[in-house]
Design a protein. Structure first.
Length: 188
């Protein structure tokens, strides 16, 4: 197995192709990948798909590293420039606070009759009830204004939207969703 950790994809492809005494045309023919694509990859101008990389590595006898779960080394592929979906991680509370600052600014500029306003109100009400430390850090000097804004949203709408907001926040924070009582148990 060729150790390619830390090398860039263009270098790996070019180096292995030359070691096998292949031209770019021959590599294109054997992989079924167009010559311009091979040229762009070797020049570092392309972000080939995983399928393309696998085809190239197969012909060049380069093995992809596997983890215990039989998945490719995500970080290594990203380092090589493979356009993979972003790895999900539970955001830190600091991320939510930073994001919350931007949401607060938008919330306070919304028209009070809009759906967006109701969604923001539910989000901040949910933070206030379930994550008061985050709520307090985001709303520092605007707390009274936010609480007044939340009060403008009809209770039934707020309850429905808060249920959704709580589920999303718990998912974002990597927490187990709490059991929600049926909506009929909330009083008007």
């Amino acid at each position: 197995m060729h150790n390619v950790l830390g090398m860039n994809l263009a270098k790996i492809i070019r180096q292995k192709r030359k070691q096998k005494a292949m031209t770019q045309v021959e590599l294109a023919y054997q992989t079924g990948i167009s010559l311009p694509t091979i040229q762009n990859i070797e020049a570092g101008k392309a972000n080939p798909s995983l399928k393309t990389i696998e085809a190239l590595f197969d012909v060049l006898n380069v093995k992809l590293l596997l983890t215990k779960e039989n998945e490719m080394e995500y970080d290594w592929l990203v380092e090589l420039g493979v356009p993979l979906p972003q790895k999900r991680r539970a955001p830190l509370r600091e991320d939510l606070i930073q994001y919350g600052d931007r949401l607060l600014a938008r919330f306070l500029m919304c028209k009070s009759q809009s759906q967006e306003y109701a969604a923001f109100a539910a989000y901040f009400s949910c933070l206030q009830d379930h994550y008061p430390d985050i709520f307090n850090q985001i709303c520092r000097q605007q707390q009274a204004k936010v609480e007044q804004a939340i009060m403008k949203v009809p209770v039934q709408t707020l309850v429905i939207l808060k249920t959704r907001a709580l589920a999303k926040l718990q998912k974002l924070l990597g927490e187990e969703p709490a059991k929600q009582p049926p909506l009929s148990s909330y009083s008007k």
